[in-house]
Design a binder for this molecule. Structure first.
Ligand code: PNS
Length: 162
């Protein structure tokens, strides 16, 4: 069975990678669906976010995961790849309200679509891509939250290093 793990991944964190690894062990095929986010201002372009995801997946040596970009509704993307399962990570209870809403919206748009939630690893339950970007802007240490590769990519982007 295959499952979609959707998100903005701007950029991918160790928390995201933990979820990807866990679902890749339970499902035959994982599609990491990276949102072409026209409304949200992102640090990384879509191409960069996809290539960083691919680098991370290679570094984690996970073989049954494919990264795809998607635009528009998640339900339409799911139909286009013939998948009826969505995975999302739940960090704190504060995530629940938003996740509850999108899971219901998605299942009301396609009754066949199921969303499953994975409880985030406690090591990563308080991190987010936005917080990582904020910490690094003030020269804080983000090594617990993103891989070395992602840290380098962010530093290059912010011209902290060449
Ligand atoms: O990493 P994020 O930003 O929390 O991911 C949110 C995402 C991509 C899962 C959500 O915004 C999404 O599915 N957007 C696609 C548009 C859509 O289907 N909207 C209706 C449900 S909110």
């Amino acid at each position: 069975m295959k499952i979609i793990y959707p998100g903005s991944f701007d950029p991918v964190t160790k928390g995201h990678m933990d979820i990807i690894k866990r679902i890749s062990e339970k499902f035959d095929e994982v599609i990491v669906a990276c949102l072409v986010n026209s409304e949200k201002q992102t640090m990384f372009s879509l191409e960069e976010r996809v290539s960083i995801l691919n680098e991370e997946i290679e570094n984690y040596k996970i073989t049954n995961v494919e990264v795809k970009a998607f635009e528009g509704l998640l339900v339409d993307f799911a139909a286009s790849v013939g998948c009826t399962m969505i995975a999302r990570g739940l960090r704190a209870i504060s995530d629940y309200e938003y996740e509850w809403q999108i899971a219901h919206i998605n299942s009301s748009l396609n009754n066949d679509l199921e969303t499953i939630f994975l409880v985030a690893n406690s090591k990563y339950s308080y991190i987010s891509s936005s917080i990582v970007k904020e910490i690094i802007r003030y020269d804080g240490d983000i090594s617990n939250f993103v891989s070395e590769n992602v840290e380098l990519r962010i530093k290059k982007k912010l011209k902290i290093i060449q």
